[in-house]
Design a protein around this ligand. Structure first.
Ligand code: IPD
Ligand code: CA
Ligand code: CA
Ligand code: CA
Length: 272
């Protein structure tokens, strides 16, 4: 079955924007309700996370009924009819920002064909920004005034690098991440903790930060953002050439990646 990445991008784009608009328009004035907690009492899910994931899966499966889904809020289903496409969805990346009405949260949708991400969209309605990428076709930032192609900052020495990171919610993970942080901070320009993994990755693609690392991120956090960084000329990997994932995800321009990787490797070695 031949699938055109451009067509998948178009569907992802329309759907992410519809979900983004709904999340702005329907956000209760007194804030969303916490309907579930996950790894800790502060790892929350709101009714809006669930509503956005439902909207996204409904829209895409109406157009492409055979495709598979991996969604953070349980919207995981196998494909049918031999479709090679799987949609990887984070309906709100940055739920805590959304809960507090901070603007940096996003709808993230990636389309994989035979397990390879070929199209990705990260929509940030409160910033008025949408990031897109198609494998082999570059990464773009779309705003009300037009679109521009993205390039990572290529040659930033680690000591001059502005580095984004994030913290998983589980307490034992936090203690470990705090230790890693004390090893990173003296070796970089500064650190940023924005509260949304895919916003961090898009900021890297746009040259607003120089690098990013985090332990504990899942496929739905990084699927679209990693493609956007790669298409902007950056590297997104785990340790020693492993695929990025929960163990660790490191992203940076080519001139910064190795130094950050080598700094993190002894600080944050592979472990359970
Ligand atoms: C979280 C955000 C955050 C990161 C956490 C993620 P969520 O995703 O991406 O920046 O540090 O590890 O879990 O739960 O808001 O979708
Ligand atoms: Ca979550
Ligand atoms: Ca997320
Ligand atoms: Ca989420």
């Amino acid at each position: 079955m031949t699938v055109q990445a451009d067509e998948l991008l178009e569907l992802a784009l329309a759907t992410a924007r519809e979900a983004g608009r709904m999340l702005v328009d329907d956000r209760p004035a007194d804030g969303p309700d916490v309907v579930q907690t996950k790894s800790s009492p502060t790892d929350v899910v709101t009714q809006m996370d669930r509503a956005a994931e439902k909207l996204i899966i409904d829209r895409i499966s109406t157009v492409r009924p055979g495709d598979a889904f991996l969604g953070e809020e349980g919207g995981t289903r196998a494909g049918s009819d031999g479709s090679p496409v799987r949609w990887v969805i984070d309906p709100i990346d940055g739920t805590v920002n959304y809960l507090y009405d901070l603007p940096d949260w996003a709808v993230s949708i990636a389309a994989e064909v035979d397990g390879v991400a070929v199209a990705g969209v990260v929509d940030m309605p409160r910033r008025g920004e949408t990031y897109t990428a198609v494998r082999g076709g570059g990464a773009f930032l779309h705003t009300a005034t037009g679109a521009r192609q993205l390039r990572v900052n290529a040659d930033v020495p680690l000591g001059q690098a502005l580095v984004g990171t994030g913290f998983g919610y589980a307490p034992e993970r936090r203690a470990h991440q705090a230790k890693v942080l004390t090893g990173v901070l003296p070796n970089v320009r500064d650190l940023r903790r924005g509260g949304s993994c895919c916003v961090d990755l898009c900021s890297l693609a746009a040259g607003r930060i120089d690098a990013y690392y985090e332990r504990g991120v899942q496929a739905w956090d990084i699927a679209a953002g990693a493609l956007i960084v790669q298409e902007a000329g950056g590297r997104v990997e785990g340790l020693s050439g492993a695929a990025p994932g929960p163990e660790i995800t490191i992203a940076a321009g080519p001139g910064t990646f190795e130094a950050l990787h080598d700094l993190l490797k002894p600080l944050d070695p592979a472990r359970d």
